[in-house]
Design a protein around this ligand. Structure first.
Ligand SMILES: [Zn+2]
Length: 252
């Protein structure tokens, strides 16, 4: 599976904020209508009410200025997700899991465990195509909405609250679409580069040294041997607490 690339999506996004208010307003109208037994509710509309959120890429934490958001991408995976869940549980930390739709579909037990432990779900598309920002709107829509449906079904009806484009390949269209479905576009500030398997100590030192970049930290629980990720979290979570950091979810 293609790994995340720390591409310059900040620049891409800034020019796209125009017109956002109108789209959000339109989405709210749609939501209100859907709540009134609208006959044409799409098949992927879950029982839980969908409320449109901001299409601006989120980075900050709902737990305040001195908190971090742990985000775990590319799973669920039957080997690594349970180990990540255990480390989080041992440290009393809640995280956000950005799941690939077919993997959620293949491992609904893991998706339910993630939800039951109080973590949040995030839509990470169907195919993890880091070039999806260069593809058609219909392709982007399929990638986002099919994964949304797969994850929601696997969880037993708990919806993903965020959308993270693979490799940060957001487009104005995909951000607005996800936001209209109640999924806040989610960025990151610190790439642990755990995907490169540089060694546990390097992952730990990368996070420590880049923590000043912002609160949203990126790790992975699939796509290969993630034992270094598990070990790094085992060191980092207590260290973050010692430094006085709290743990939260990305803002919505
Ligand atoms: Zn990913």
């Amino acid at each position: 599976m293609a790994r995340h690339a720390g591409r310059g999506w900040y620049g891409r996004v800034i020019g796209a904020a125009v017109g956002v208010t109108a789209v959000a307003a339109a989405a709210s109208v749609w939501t209100a209508q859907a709540g009134q037994n609208a006959p044409a509710a799409p098949a992927h509309h879950s029982a839980a009410k969908t409320v449109a959120v901001s299409p601006v890429i989120a980075h900050s934490s709902d737990a305040g200025a001195h908190a971090v958001n742990i985000t775990i991408d590319d799973g669920p995976d039957p080997t690594w997700t349970p180990q990540v869940l255990q480390v989080l549980r041992e440290n009393g930390v809640k995280a956000t899991f950005c799941m690939v739709g077919p993997q959620a579909q293949a491992h609904p037990d893991l998706v339910k465990q993630v939800v039951a432990a109080g973590h949040r779900l995030c839509d990470h598309t169907v195919s993890h195509d880091t070039g999806m920002d260069h593809k058609s709107e219909s392709y982007q829509s399929q990638q986002i909405l099919d994964a949304e449906r797969q994850i929601t079904k696997a969880s037993g009806g708990v919806r993903p609250l965020y959308y993270r484009a693979p490799g940060g390949a957001f487009t104005p269209y995909s951000r607005k679409l996800a936001a209209s479905r109640g999924m806040r576009p989610l960025g990151w500030n610190v790439d642990s580069k755990d995907f490169e398997r540089p060694g546990t100590e390097v992952i730990v030192s990368t996070v420590r040294s880049e923590l000043a970049n912002g609160p949203t930290l990126l790790f992975h629980d699939a796509g290969g041997d993630r034992s270094q990720t598990v070990a790094a979290l085992r060191t980092l979570l207590p260290w973050l607490k010692q430094q006085g950091y709290g743990f939260g979810f990305p803002v919505r």
